[in-house]
Design a protein around this ligand. Sequence first.
Ligand SMILES: Cc1cc2nc3c(=O)[nH]c(=O)nc-3n(C[C@H](O)[C@H](O)[C@H](O)COP(=O)(O)O)c2cc1C
Length: 165
Amino acid sequence: MSAKILLIIHHSLTGGTRQMAQAAAAAAQAEEGVQVRLLEAGQAGPEDLLAADGYVFATPENLAAVSGVMKDFFDRSYYGALDRINGRPYATLICAGSDGHNAARQIARIATGWRLQPVAEPLIVCTHAQTPEAILAPKQIDAAELERCRELGQAFAAGLALGVF
Ligand SMILES: Cc1cc2nc3c(=O)[nH]c(=O)nc-3n(C[C@H](O)[C@H](O)[C@H](O)COP(=O)(O)O)c2cc1C
């Protein structure tokens, strides 16, 4: 049987989301029967969605929303994928300063429109950056938080490989 494709679409301004996406990708890739595609949101489009079996959407929360680059990916991809990916599984990774829930809600609404099935609650990591200097500084995500991302990637990939999702 051919490998299931897990597409991880991500965008990151200061590196936090990228580390989360990479952690999930590494753990997922270690599962037999799964091929991971880790794509920057700016480089991804509807054809990538059509060619995959499951999705991880990973974004910072910026101004109480998904990042602009991630929104652009959804805007460019929404109608090209509509009614062509129904029922496929997805998960959400959010890197936030202090909240993250609005970005998670936005992705959930888009995923509902696509008729995707969530495999987990949105995984939100808060960096606790509050000042402009801290917000603009490069991020280093804690090992424990990266472990949560790895666990999500591993569980998602295992479920895909087994045909659970
Ligand atoms: C323009 C801008 C707006 C932001 N708005 C929010 C926000 O609404 N809620 C929040 O929790 N964090 C907010 N943040 C903080 C980022 O989510 C946080 O720094 C996160 O680590 C960024 O992820 P990244 O390192 O992948 O870019 C904002 C950051 C920027 C640069």
